[in-house]
Write a new protein. Structure first.
Length: 584
């Protein structure tokens, strides 16, 4: 087809906006669901390009623009979640949701004389671009929709969505219903709970008991397990940004299937066990604490809800077992327990975390996240870049993104290729080390497909080496602690006074502070000052001492612990509250 003079056929025509009105619903108002409150907290904090969702829907042949618009209108009228906004005062987080009876949204039509690349890839690019910018929770329709057409013929829907309204499963429901509508099918009446009905169920006595049980489960882990997986010297250089690294490997898929078949466990369990084993090995920990987001769609009444049901399951997996097969068996039960306790009031959860970490003298970090979305209906993420299948394994780097964690992984598919994207803090992982971690994961699966792998052989099997810590590092309440880092942080917190910190297995971490005669500093004052600094030292091995000892002046040989112990004590005590010692 010849283009007009001066027109670039590879460029889309100027965008055209179509306003779509809907009506006929019920206006309702009520409290947030637990999933909404949890996700809104993340939305207000995290990079929108990272927290927003996107998807691409194929428009079947024969459907015109009016058909597409009518189907989208039907979805808005059908699902209260799509008609929901979250009013709130400036600077405050929403506490309620409002469902509109009628309203309107827009569809941006991007018509092309020719697509600059394969049409599906163009749609993927448009959907990703729409993720930029925060959704206005109090007024914006939760879907940013573009219709890509070829000389007026609809080809793809590209959309970004607010995570306050949809998670990956909700988008899959919408995609399925969109296709059914365009195929001329009749949709049954919605059987799943609407968000406001779910909120009422969560507020029931049964819902409250579930939430309380989840808070107790989380508290046990927060109180006794490592506060940060990557407490090591290199963590001090983090700037909160990481590049996306994507692995696609047919070898990995075959190995995962082989390991699952040999051990008699589901692929998801085997992959989670391998992930935890390698993370704990790299971090030099003997347990892996990782957030495992789950959509909480365990019941028929919520399976097809168009709302965000995603909340963290907190998995704590003790890796002190002799072999991989034993770890896989342990993973199954630990994962079920974590998923069971993944419905909670997120406000109360973080209040509990603040209280417990204050008592423990630490700072909890959600620094490892493993999100397996491979069980969801296929999304466009799992079909892109197929032309590179000959590369094995294929490793591709993407752009930098803000990272609220130290290590984040998404598993998009496990067959016919293992497809994982990893964001690893560059302060902890050089590019070669990040690539080596994903390659090592494939090597571990390949070994596990053939035999039961001893966990003390992970360095040799995977090439991944544990973190290196100097002689000033010790364990305190199950956490790696740097006495040097604690000393420096405490000295800075108390105005530069001389400090000495030592670790003892029986008495725990003890800090000596040379108070001098010109200050009335107490142990409680020292503790409060340090705790105000602890969040700023995340990952660098800082945890509050169990005991503060105030002395008049430093000894003549301040580097010697015995010299500090011989000094006359002015006052001693602790600011830490209830403790549960976790011996390793």
């Amino acid at each position: 087809m010849n283009s007009a003079a001066g027109e670039d056929p590879m460029e889309p025509h100027p965008p055209r906006t179509v306003t779509v009105s809907y009506a006929g619903g019920d206006e309702r108002r009520g409290p947030l669901t637990m999933g909404q409150a949890n996700m809104i907290r993340c939305i207000l904090r995290d990079d929108p390009e990272h927290i927003n969702n996107h998807d691409v829907w194929t428009v079947p042949p024969g459907a015109d623009e009016d058909d597409v618009v009518d189907a989208l209108r039907t979805l808005a009228e059908r699902h209260e979640g799509l008609r929901t906004t979250f009013p709130h005062a400036p600077g405050a987080a929403p506490v309620e949701q409002v469902v509109a009876a009628e309203g309107a949204f827009t569809v941006t039509v991007l018509d092309h004389a020719e697509f600059p690349e394969e049409p599906a890839r163009s749609a993927e690019s448009a959907a990703r671009a729409a993720r930029a910018g925060r959704f206005a929770l109090d007024r914006e329709f939760p879907l940013r929709i573009s219709l890509l057409t070829l000389r007026g013929v609809p080809v793809h829907i590209a959309l970004a969505s607010s995570h306050a309204v949809t998670d990956g499963s909700a988008l899959a429901v919408l995609r399925e219903e969109f296709h059914a509508l365009l195929a001329g099918g009749e949709l049954p009446a919605p059987a799943a709970l609407a968000p406001l009905d779910l909120a009422a169920e969560e507020a029931s006595p049964t819902g409250k008991r579930k939430s309380e049980a989840s808070l107790r489960y989380w508290e046990r882990i927060i109180r006794t397990e490592p506060q940060e997986m990557f407490a090591e010297p290199r963590a001090a250089g983090a700037d909160g940004r990481a590049r996306q690294l994507t692995l696609r490997s047919a070898r990995g898929a075959r190995a995962l299937a082989g390991a699952a078949g040999r051990t008699g466990n589901p692929e998801a369990t085997v992959l989670l066990a391998a992930w935890c084993a390698l993370v704990a090995h790299r971090a030099g920990q003997d347990s892996c604490v990782t957030a495992v987001p789950t959509s909480n769609r365990f019941h028929a009444r919520s399976a097809r809800s168009v709302t965000t049901l995603s909340q963290d399951a907190l998995l704590c997996l003790d890796t002190r077992v002799p072999s991989f097969d034993t770890l896989v068996r342990r993973t199954w039960g630990a994962a079920l327990n974590a998923y069971k306790h993944s419905q909670f009031d997120s406000v109360r959860l973080w209040e509990m975390i603040g209280r417990v970490t204050g008592e423990r003298g630490s700072h909890f970090a959600r620094d490892v996240v493993f999100n397996d979305v491979s069980v969801l209906p296929a999304t466009f993420l799992s079909t892109a870049h197929r032309e590179h299948e000959e590369a094995e394994p294929e490793l591709a780097w993407g752009p930098f993104q803000a990272l609220p964690t130290r290590m984040l992984a998404f598993t998009y598919e496990t067959s016919p290729r293992l497809h994982i994207s990893l964001w690893a803090d560059p302060a902890l992982f050089t590019p070669d080390e990040a690539e080596g971690f994903l390659s090592g994961l494939v090597l571990l699966l390949e070994a596990a497909a053939e035999r039961d792998v001893p966990l003390d052989s992970l360095t040799g099997v995977t090439g991944v080496r544990p973190a290196v810590r100097g002689p000033d590092w010790a364990r305190e309440d199950g956490c790696w602690v740097s006495t040097t880092a604690v000393r420096d942080a405490l000295s800075a917190a108390v105005g530069g006074l001389p400090v000495h910190v030592e670790a003892d297995r029986e008495s725990g971490l003890t800090a000596y502070v040379a108070r001098g005669g010109g200050t009335s500093l107490t142990p409680a004052d020292a503790h409060r000052a340090l705790m105000a600094k602890v969040p700023a030292h995340g990952g660098t091995g800082v945890i509050a001492p169990r005991r503060y000892v105030l002395v008049e002046s430093p000894p003549a040989e301040p580097a010697r612990s015995d010299a500090w112990r011989r000094l006359p004590i002015i006052e001693e005590g602790t600011g830490r509250g209830r403790q549960v010692r976790h011996e390793r």
